[in-house]
Write a protein that binds this ligand. Structure first.
Ligand SMILES: [Zn+2]
Length: 179
């Protein structure tokens, strides 16, 4: 039976919804049952979903986590890098993100010695606690400071970009509602 069952997908974010569930487990959009399947009903559902999605994206703040380290001297007298604190650097509302343009954070960072940069993306919705996802991005060739930026990808995802406006690499797509 399960093989032939029609899988329900959320109209807003595309996540799969289990049968009998009242709302989407990812974005919370309610499952709307309709009598009849005429074009007007489908149009109404689409409009409700578009409205819900745009409100959701407006209230969704995205950014990345910056880790600051400091040098501490251990008991053995050797210096070591220790995580000092982390800062959440917000890039603003997801609804303002553009697919054509990267939002660059103006401050540069020291180029790491590793071939890839592992960074953490966060999303925050209203007063909810932030949710964080780690992502790694290969560093572009070259020297000097690097910048971090983000761009919109598709309807509900971001890509993290590392480098500068002329030379950068981007991460895989990260669906913002699934972080
Ligand atoms: Zn959904």
């Amino acid at each position: 039976m399960a093989d032939t069952a029609v899988k329900m997908r959320c109209e807003v974010c595309g996540a799969e919804i289990a049968e009998g569930s009242g709302s989407c487990p990812v974005c919370g959009f309610p499952v709307i049952y309709q009598i009849g399947g005429d074009a007007a009903a489908a149009e109404n559902l689409k409009r409700a979903a578009d409205e819900y999605r745009s409100q959701l994206f407006t209230s969704l703040e995205v950014g990345f986590v910056a880790y600051s380290h400091k040098v501490v001297t251990g008991e053995d007298g050797k210096d070591a890098l220790r995580l000092d604190h982390e800062d959440k650097i917000s890039l603003g509302s997801y609804s303002k993100f553009d697919e054509e343009e990267i939002h660059w954070y103006p401050e540069g960072f020291l180029r790491p010695l590793t071939p890839e940069l592992e960074c953490s993306v966060f999303v925050r919705r209203g007063s909810e606690a932030e949710r964080v996802r780690k992502v790694s991005v290969p560093l572009p060739q070259g020297a000097g400071d690097i910048h971090i930026g983000m761009m919109r990808s598709g309807t509900g995802a971001v890509r993290v970009c590392i480098g500068n406006a002329q030379d950068y690499n981007c991460s895989e797509e990260i669906p913002v509602l699934q972080i």
